[in-house]
Design a protein around this ligand. Structure first.
Ligand SMILES: Cc1ncc(COP(=O)(O)O)c(C=O)c1O
Length: 398
């Protein structure tokens, strides 16, 4: 008699699971969900082979900073592992409030709410404000967390061409003046590395009395004074109505936040299910984010190093004539345009000990199949030498 777990379950849904092509291909090509047994700085090890990590979003290289580790350990000692409930149900803790005040102050807002994931924060920045009868205007290339928020809000949505205020202006011409409108944008687009044309979008928002939601997961820590983000970079913090971001990029932890006016945050706390029904951010994650924020304020050398590395990395890619889709930031795609080319390029990089990630259509627009890379302040000169060599090798293979 076969062991129960060797028998294939049968039902319409299990039949779909057994025959799913996306999973079969993913497992065949073994491109995602790798497990590393060790990590030291930018180096990760899998089955005895070491790779330079070139796809994590640890832009400032803070993931192993001693002050952050200490803060996390101390919070665990004092508060334990979690608060085991949603803020609405069993209350927040003083460390949530402290972090929220510091974050709000840093990004130039009155108030803030922290979440246990950036995904929740960014979905909440939409669901917390939009309702069924509203109209949402969304950049075509938004992150999945924002699309989730848009869908869950029940509002109707128009997509405009990526980072194209001209197209949005055309769409808005036919809109009812009295309808509540939201613009949903990213500060720095995660796949493309493009900076939002925020001044033009804000001008349109003012003309049409729209509420601006800005996901700055990839701008926070990178752009603006001390890394205050994209809105600060343009001097437009006030004009963004709800700013959301993640702790899993520059802050090198996990969690996320939404910042707005005091009234805006109170409103979101009454209306967003992701805020009301999800457990509070853990003590250690909160303490790590607070320590990382302090480091961003007090240790400018990490950002300086990031921009030095970015300059060198860009020059490596440019010298090889690789298409970086006009990325202006440390999130840098290498557009190869065909999934086979992307796969062979990625394999060649792996062979040379450089770990990156593949993104192919429909995850990116057709013809934009790419390798997504991100440079960090933690990359050493030796890492960059090896990346240069690996890129030249990969280019020769396609
Ligand atoms: C633009 C953007 N928004 C939101 C998120 C979600 O953040 P987190 O990974 O912290 O859940 C990400 C992370 O991939 C992102 O790139």
């Amino acid at each position: 008699m076969p062991l129960p777990f060797l028998r294939k379950k049968k039902s319409p849904l299990w039949d779909r699971i057994h025959s799913d092509d996306a999973t079969r291909l993913r497992l065949k090509y073994d491109t995602y969900y790798h497990i590393f047994q060790e990590q030291k700085g930018t180096r990760v090890t899998k089955d005895g082979q070491e790779f330079i990590m070139l796809s994590s979003n640890d832009y400032l290289g803070l993931a192993r900073h001693p002050k952050i580790r200490e803060a996390g350990i101390e919070a665990m000692r004092q508060w334990g592992s979690g608060t085991t409930g949603a803020r609405l149900a069993n209350g927040g803790r003083i460390f949530h409030q402290r972090l929220e005040e510091k974050l709000a102050d840093f990004v130039g807002k009155e108030a803030c709410h922290v979440f246990s994931a950036g995904y929740l924060a960014c979905a909440s920045a939409v669901t917390g404000f939009a309702e069924r009868k509203d109209r949402i205007f969304a950049d075509k290339n938004l992150h999945s967390s924002l699309w989730s928020g848009i869908q869950l809000s029940g509002a109707t949505c128009e997509r405009f061409a990526h980072n194209n205020p001209g197209h949005l202006r055309e769409i808005l011409e036919d809109e009812e003046e009295a309808t509540a409108k939201l613009f949903v944008l990213e500060g720095v687009y995660s796949m493309e590395g493009h900076i939002a044309k925020l001044p033009e979008f804000v001008e349109l928002a003012q003309a049409h009395r729209a509420f601006v939601v800005l996901d700055d997961a990839h701008g926070f820590g990178v752009l603006g004074e001390q890394g205050r983000g994209t809105a600060d970079h343009f001097g437009l913090a006030d004009e963004v109505d709800a700013l959301c971001s993640s702790f899993s990029k520059s802050l090198a932890g996990s969690g996320g936040f939404v910042a707005s006016t005091r009234e805006g945050i109170d409103y979101m706390r009454s209306h967003s299910k992701q805020t009301i029904f999800s457990a509070a951010l853990s003590p250690a994650s909160c303490a790590c984010a607070e320590a990382a924020l302090e480091i961003m304020r007090e240790e400018p050398e990490h950002r300086e190093r990031l921009f030095r590395n970015l300059k060198r990395y860009r020059s490596i890619l440019e010298a090889l004539n690789l298409d970086v889709w006009e990325s202006e930031t440390p999130a840098i795609p290498i557009v190869l345009g065909e999934k086979e080319k992307v796969y062979y390029f990625w394999k060649a990089l792996l062979e040379k000990g450089v770990y990156t990630i593949i993104s192919i259509a429909p995850g990116v627009p057709p013809g934009k199949d790419l390798i997504r890379t991100a440079i960090s302040a933690a990359h050493t000169d030796e890492d960059l030498d090896r990346i240069e060599e690996a890129m030249a090798y990969a280019k020769s293979k396609i």
